[in-house]
Design a protein around this ligand. Sequence first.
Ligand code: FES
Ligand SMILES: [Fe+2]
Length: 366
Amino acid sequence: MATAIKSKAAYTIESAAPPERFARGWHCLGLVSDYKDGKIHGIDIFGTRVIIFQKADGSLAAMDAWCPHMGADLALGKVENDSVVCKFHGWSWGCDGVCNDIPYAKTIPPKARINTWEICEQNKLLFIWNDPEGNGPTEDVAIPRMDQVFSDEWSEWSTVKWNININCRELIDNVADMAHFGPVHGGTGTVYFANIFEKHKATQIMVGTFPNLSEDDFLTTVATYYGPAYQITHMFGQMQGMPVESILMNSHTPVDSNSFELRFGVIVKKFPGMTEEQCNEMVQGYVDATNKAFGEDVEIWHNKVRVDNPLLCDGDGPVIRLRQWYDQFYQDADAVPAKVRERKEMEIDKGVPADVKPAMAHAFEA
Ligand code: FES
Ligand SMILES: [Fe+2]
C-alpha cells in the first residue's frame, strides 16, 4: 500500500469553513422575461428557497417558498388574485406575506405570515436584495442603468447559467487575478492591469492581446462589481477588421455556503452597414467566443479548493486587498471599517500605448 510522505517544507493550504451568512447586496436572478410567464418559480438561494411570481399588474413579487403550515413548497401552488395558494391544503398567501384565506378554517392564526424579499428590475434583469440584518437597500447601492441594453443598436442579452460547487469567494478573486489570462484564456500578453476598490465597487481594468476575442488589436476590458455579486464588463476588441464593443454580465447567487449559481450574459453593439442577418451572425459569433472564454474560467472554479492563504508572488494582483473589500458584505453595515470603503488604486503598466490606456475609472463612469 502506498503511503503519502509529507514534507515538512511543503506549504499548507489553509481553508476554514466558509461563512454561514450570505453577502449583503443585490443579487441577479437572470432575465426578467424568464419570470413573467405566469408560472411560480422556485429558487434555491441564500441557504433557503424563494418563490418569484407575477402579479396582475405585471410586476413580480418574491417570498419564502416553504409554507409554514406543514412545509410544502409554494412553487407547486398557483397564483390567484396576487396571492399564492398552497397546493397541500389551500392556504392562500398574499404578496405581502400575510395569509389571507384558509378554505377550511374560521380564523386565520395571527402568526400566519411569511418572509417577503425585496426585488427590482434593471437592465432587463431581475435582482433580489439580501441583508442578514434585515435592512432594505439604499440608493447608493442601486444597480446602474445601462442605456445600451434598451437600444436598438445593441443585441438582446444572450445568457447562460452554471452550477458551481464552491463558496463564491473563489469567483471574486478573479477581479485581482492578473496571471490567469495567459494560461486560461490564451492571452499572449497583458500590457496594462489596474484595480480600483471603492465603497461597494471593485474594478479591474485590463489591456492585453487575446487572439480569440480581438484578432487584430488589443482587447480592453473595464469590469466593475457593483456590490458582492453583479459584475459588468465593458469590452472593446477588433474582429475581422471591425471594432467590436460588448458588455458582459457576470453574476452569481449563493445556493448555500458551498455552491452557487453563476450567470453570464453578453450584449454586442451591432455592426453598421451590415444586413440584419449578417449582423446577427457576427453578433452570435462574438457571443459564442465570450461564452467560451467565460467557460474557461468556470472549469477552474468548478475544480478548485477554497484557499484562505493563497501563496502569492510579486507578479500577482492584490488578491488580499480585494478580499478585504469583499469581506465588507459579510459584516454588519455599521461594523465595516471606513478604511475598507476608501478608494484604493493599484496599477501595473507594462508599456500600454497612451492612446489605448483606459481611464482609471469604474465601468461606465469614465
Ligand atoms: S402546507 Fe401549505 S397549506 Fe398546508
Ligand atoms: Fe477569466
